[in-house]
Ligand binder design. Structure first.
Ligand SMILES: NC(=O)c1ccc[n+]([C@@H]2O[C@H](COP(=O)([O-])OP(=O)(O)OC[C@H]3O[C@@H](n4cnc5c(N)ncnc54)[C@H](O)[C@@H]3O)[C@@H](O)[C@H]2O)c1
Length: 259
């Protein structure tokens, strides 16, 4: 009989959150810690990752560690995985939130810019899955969440590499879901809409509100916690029959016909 208790059934295993020092990653880490899961915050911002991990451990009473990891560097993943195993004791999944969204247009895309965007947003997911596959296979309820974007579906001239990378995230997750299902590991994508985080250039924030507040059906930008709660759900046993799917957390923006 399926358990319908109004509680978020959660594995007790640790979760790695990339981009955990800020925004959506930090909100996801806090949401998971709040229900007792050990968390490791991996971020290129070492000071931020360490400080936020300390704050999480103090507030929620779980194991939490903050590590300096450049997710664009394939060599960085294995040592960080080893250190995290030792720090958390067990790994039952990861959440990939590390990201940047440089505005380049077409002419600003050098081969290095293109490769860096794809490496950070897309390649890292498969490298993380390789690094943690054995850990996840051994832990029932293991799951992965990758962050895409509603921009995977929009034509925005400023951010071609970001747009391509986010589209690739959604496709990659579908493919990985097929193989990982054999190991009892679920993998899904969350596509946030306009979320109030540091990724948005403060210089254009007012302009963005002017353009998008009306178009978003709920009439406002989202808070990172509103995405963090969706990520927590997908990492929980409540989501036991969900894999290979994309979830929009966008206040209705993608389906809006408003201009
Ligand atoms: N905020 C939005 O409106 C929005 C919308 C759609 C998708 N997203 C996606 O959500 C994810 C999280 O973004 P956010 O809004 O929380 O932004 P954010 O800037 O608050 O957080 C991103 C984090 O990633 C880290 N990071 C950047 N490059 C890294 C690297 N090479 N290695 C390790 N860490 C790195 C940053 O230091 C930062 O802590 C990103 O993938 C972003 O593309 C955000």
């Amino acid at each position: 009989m399926t358990n319908l208790d109004p509680r978020l059934g959660m594995p007790g295993t640790g979760v790695v959150i990339t981009g955990g020092a800020s925004g959506i990653g930090l909100a996801a880490a806090r949401a998971l810690a709040a229900v007792g899961r050990p968390v490791a915050l991996w971020d290129i911002n070492e000071a931020g990752a360490r400080a936020e991990a300390e704050a999480i451990a103090a507030r929620y009473g779980v194991k939490a560690s903050g590590l300096a990891v450049d997710l664009g560097n394939p060599q960085a993943i294995s040592p960080a995985a080893q250190a995290t195993r030792a720090a958390l004791g067990s790994i039952g999944g990861f959440v990939h939130c590390a990201g940047t969204a440089p505005t380049t247009g077409i002419d600003g895309v050098t081969p290095d810019v293109f490769d860096a965007g794809m490496a950070l947003h897309v390649r890292a997911i498969i490298l993380l899955a390789q690094a943690f596959r054995e850990d996840m296979r051994g832990n029932p309820g293991s799951a992965i969440v990758a962050t895409a974007s509603i921009n995977a579906w929009f034509g925005n001239a400023g951010i071609p590499v970001y747009t391509a990378a986010k589209g690739a995230v959604i496709s990659l997750v579908r493919s990985m879901a097929d193989e990982l299902a054999g190991d009892g590991i679920r993998i899904n994508t969350v596509s946030p809409g306009m979320i109030d985080t540091a990724i948005m250039d403060p210089a254009t924030k007012d302009y963005m509100h002017g353009v998008y507040d009306r178009r978003i059906l709920l009439g406002r930008f989202g808070e990172p916690e509103e995405v963090g709660r969706m990520i927590r759900f997908l990492m929980s046993n409540e989501a036991s029959y969900i894999t290979a799917s994309e979830f929009l957390v966008d206040g209705g923006m993608r389906h809006s016909q408003r201009s």
